[in-house]
Write a protein that binds this ligand. Structure first.
Ligand SMILES: [Zn+2]
Length: 223
């Protein structure tokens, strides 16, 4: 099990982390509260930054984390259209619900990172959708708008893991970039748990592009 129900409550120290992009995370301002959900019961932690005091990164913790053991982890980047509106253009919403369901059952931590649209922001993401309707794929559209295909940065998640003292994880992901980012930060990946999500007619081209151009691990997709 990734957590120990009998372990003592983690005792994170108040710290302040500086990101490579000069974002200062106000670890001293971190607050937590009980959050019952349709998936199960979590404790929600808010991690505001100086730059975005009202737009904090979020951690949802199920069970009591025992940092001496490998912890079940999902790092999920915000996708308003997928997460909130259940858009079928991507697989984010289904990955979110599958992860929360799994972590609620087995214990672990779900980290929600505020980097909408693979880091380009919501307005630019809708612009990219429009370009895709003109024939571009998701990578071509982001590049046309002057962005990298994937602008995400996982340093905020690493800082949150450090806050809880987590050094070893079982990672719920299909994205090798997340594995590399954590390994570079000294977090050990003990296991990768794939998120098996069926494609639909609206997102199979998008998933194929993620597999073929971005190296996402989607062997379960018959694309
Ligand atoms: Zn999405």
């Amino acid at each position: 099990m990734p957590f120990n129900q009998n372990s003592s409550q983690h005792s994170p120290k108040n710290r302040c982390f500086e990101f490579g992009n000069n974002l200062i995370v106000l670890m001293d301002s971190t607050v937590s509260a009980f959050l019952p959900t349709q998936y199960g019961e979590f404790k929600i932690f808010s991690f505001p930054s100086v730059e975005h005091p009202n737009y904090p990164d979020i951690a949802l913790v199920s069970g009591e984390l025992n940092a001496q053991q490998s912890i079940l982890l999902r790092m999920h980047s915000e996708c308003l259209t997928g997460d909130v509106f259940a858009s079928k253009r991507c697989d984010c919403g289904q990955q979110l619900t599958a992860s929360l369901d799994f972590i609620a059952k087995h214990g672990g931590i779900f980290i929600y990172l505020r980097q909408e649209g693979r880091g380009i922001g919501l307005h630019s993401k809708i612009k990219a959708y429009h370009k895709q309707e003109l024939g571009m794929d998701t990578v071509e559209a982001n590049t046309e708008l002057g962005f990298l295909p994937d602008q995400r940065d996982y340093s905020a998640a690493v800082n949150i893991l450090n806050y809880f003292g987590i050094r070893q994880v079982q990672l719920l992901t299909n994205n090798p970039d997340k594995i590399h980012a954590l390994e570079l930060a000294g977090i050990q990946i003990m296991d990768r748990i794939p998120l098996v999500i069926a494609s639909n007619p609206y997102n199979d081209h998008y998933l194929k592009t993620k597999r073929d151009k971005m190296g996402h691990l989607l062997p379960h997709q018959d694309l």
